[in-house]
Design a protein around this ligand. Structure first.
Ligand code: BTN
Length: 327
């Protein structure tokens, strides 16, 4: 976790200008040698900071911190009008938890929240979601829907597709895939994950929290703290990406996808999924309920379940589970 001094340094440098060591020292109430140490800490986290004699320090690659204003700048006018509340936090427990605690504030739905870091970021199946400061995207959206529960599996695919479409526009090198139920992988390494949580009915509609974690500018050293099988946009492209712009793109893409799901059902998403499916035809291990099985993936069925051929005579369709490639 980033400490307060480090956050203050990044806030000072986030305007992209040079700031002298003594100016920064005055603001942080420390010596120039102390400033230098904090700069080194920031560099260890993957921030590129240029130090020039007599000019001071400058944050490279256009890294910027999150702000509602910057996100709004990239929202389409239609989406901007639809969103009732957009909040940006420096630090939060979990953006999904935040919305779970506010589901009955109906006047603020649709509601979007994002943060520079999460102290208790959550993944699917009770896992932790590593959420280092100012590197990635931790985004949650609260919507209220007149869906029936059978459409939930479709919702999961639709959000995976929406996230994929945003990344597709970045023209990443080949080998970006959708992995059931809604992960995004690049060359067998996880780039993004989605945690959808639903809550009871109110006025015949369901409260849905869509949490998206997208690894953006996280360096390889930080990824390794999670697993060797994690990557980020920066590691793929060697370019620092504007998180404000990407957050807006995720919001811009998600809303129309949800509208499309409501109007046309799961079919268009299944067609898209088929083209970018990482698992189809692959031998996998599957953990579902309390069982562990192995088989070959046949694809996704018309409800969004994963179909796995276990042997000549037996095929399984699961709505929830964890799949890993058998290598
Ligand atoms: C997974 O692949 O396991 C899902 C990861 C979801 C992480 C996101 S980050 C924003 C939101 N807040 C959380 O605590 N989790 C989701």
């Amino acid at each position: 976790m980033a400490n307060d001094t480090l956050k203050q340094l990044l806030q000072i440098l986030s305007d992209g200008e040079f700031h002298s060591g003594s100016d920064i020292g005055d603001k942080l109430q420390m010596t120039r040698a102390g400033v230098w140490k904090v700069v080194k800490q920031a560099e260890a986290l993957g921030f590129h900071i240029k130090g020039v004699n007599r000019l001071g320090y400058q944050l490279q690659d256009g890294v910027s911190l999150l702000s509602t204003k910057a996100i709004q700048k990239y929202l389409t006018p239609t989406i901007k009008k639809q969103i009732a509340c957009l909040e940006v936090f420096d630090s939060i427990d979990s953006t999904n938890n935040y919305l779970l605690q506010r589901i009955y504030e109906h006047s603020k739905i649709p509601r979007v929240v994002t943060a520079e870091q999460q102290a208790n970021g959550r993944g699917r199946r009770g896992r932790k979601w590593h959420s280092p400061y100012a590197q990635n995207i931790y985004l949650s959206m609260l919507w209220s829907f007149d869906f029936n529960p059978s459409q939930l599996q479709g919702l999961s695919l639709a959000i995976g597709v929406a996230t994929f479409k945003v990344l597709e526009k970045l023209s990443l090198p080949p080998h970006i895939y959708l992995k059931w139920p809604n992960d995004i992988y690049w060359k067998n390494k996880k780039l993004a994950g989605v945690l959808i949580e639903t809550l009871g009915e109110f006025n015949n509609s369901m409260q849905i929290i869509i949490g998206i974690g997208l690894n953006v500018n996280m360096p390889a050293t930080e990824s390794l703290k999670i697993s060797k099988k994690t990557t980020s946009l920066y590691q793929i492209t060697k370019i620092i990406h504007d998180r404000n712009q990407l957050i807006a793109a995720l919001i811009n893409e998600t809303l129309p996808c949800l509208k499309q799901l409501r109007e046309q059902g799961i079919k268009p998403f299944l067609n898209f999924w088929k083209k970018h499916d990482m698992l189809i035809g692959k031998n996998v291990k599957l953990r579902y309920a309390t069982k562990n099985v192995a088989g070959k993936v046949l694809g996704i069925d018309t409800h969004g379940n994963l179909k796995v051929q276990l042997n000549k005579h037996k095929t399984l369709s699961v709505c929830a589970g964890e799949v890993s490639l058998e290598i």
